[in-house]
Write a protein that binds this ligand. Structure first.
Ligand code: ADP
Ligand code: TYD
Length: 244
């Protein structure tokens, strides 16, 4: 697996300050028992931008890691993926900043996205390599919009400005029921995860409505073994990208 943090060949390398750890921390290392495969061909030198979305514990990091390994795409994540992003991650998730207001949280996520798109995602795509991002704008709409109760359209507009309009070619929405994701994550691991049941229900219905309305979103059933889900992810990605 290569990540924005350890890949010597990515444009992130041209911003040495942007490389942090050698791999995404806490990312499970799934069995690589599945063969590699190629993403569909696109115009000359063009690449694909794939995002994973879903509730905490839905298996995004596991599946994003597997897909990156199998296709050779760059794996990165939000919040994070740049040096500033990792600091913002700590401020928003780690609790080191004390109280963070809802609007401040939305703006910090947008700042992370601005930095990440300009320094890592866009240059990598421009170099002809595909990018897989663990969470993107959908997470801001679901968590800061639906979850925190900020206007989802405003949150989306701020994020779209932050990322200069860059949208994924396909968003894989991994869906598992609430009990399953809670069983997988156990007790809350960060400030946002600890935001209570009502919050997470609103986040989930926010994701559901995005999946219903956004043509680039594909819902993938996250139940079953890691390998079973990976096969569903592969089929969904290929089918969606081949149609583009
Ligand atoms: P997310 O990134 O959505 O929070 P993770 O990929 O980190 O989810 O998975 C959360 C936990 O669930 C991890 O311990 C991971 O090993 C486990 N897990 C992931 N996919 C599956 C699966 N299909 N079946 C059982 N456990 C899984
Ligand atoms: P992370 O550990 O990466 O996610 P997961 O638990 O799914 O593996 O934590 C990221 C947290 O940040 C997660 O709780 C969702 C939240 N988040 C937002 O609230 N808004 C955003 O825009 C993004 C990208 C993440």
């Amino acid at each position: 697996m290569t990540t924005a943090m350890d890949d010597p060949g990515t444009p992130a390398e041209s911003h040495p300050g942007e490389t942090g750890s050698t791999q995404i921390p806490d990312t499970p290392q799934p069995e690589a028992g599945l063969p590699g495969f190629e993403l569909p061909r696109r115009g000359r030198g063009e690449s694909w931008f794939i995002a994973f979305e879903g509730s905490d514990g839905s298996g995004k990091s596991t599946q994003a890691t597997l897909l990156a390994r199998r296709t050779g795409a760059l794996l990165t994540r939000q919040p994070g993926g740049t040096r500033l992003g990792e600091v913002l991650r700590d401020l928003t998730l780690g609790g080191s900043a004390g109280e963070v207001t809802d609007r401040a949280e939305a703006l910090l996520m947008a700042a992370d996205r601005a930095q990440h798109v300009e320094l890592v995602i866009r240059p990598t795509l421009d170099s002809g390599r595909s990018v897989i991002c663990d969470r993107y704008i959908g997470s801001s709409i679901a968590y800061q919009g639906h979850g925190r109760g900020l206007d989802p359209e405003t949150v989306e507009r701020i994020s779209l400005w932050a990322c200069d309009g860059l949208l994924p070619d396909v968003v894989i929405y991994l869906r598992v029921d609430h009990e399953e994701s809670r069983d997988r994550t156990g007790s809350p691991r960060d400030r946002i995860e600890a935001s209570g049941e009502g919050f997470h229900e609103r986040v989930r219905s926010g994701f559901d409505s995005l999946a219903e309305t956004e043509p680039s979103w594909v819902t993938v059933d996250g139940k079953g073994s890691i390998q079973e889900v990976a096969q569903r992810v592969e089929a969904a990605v290929l089918e969606h990208l081949e149609r583009r």
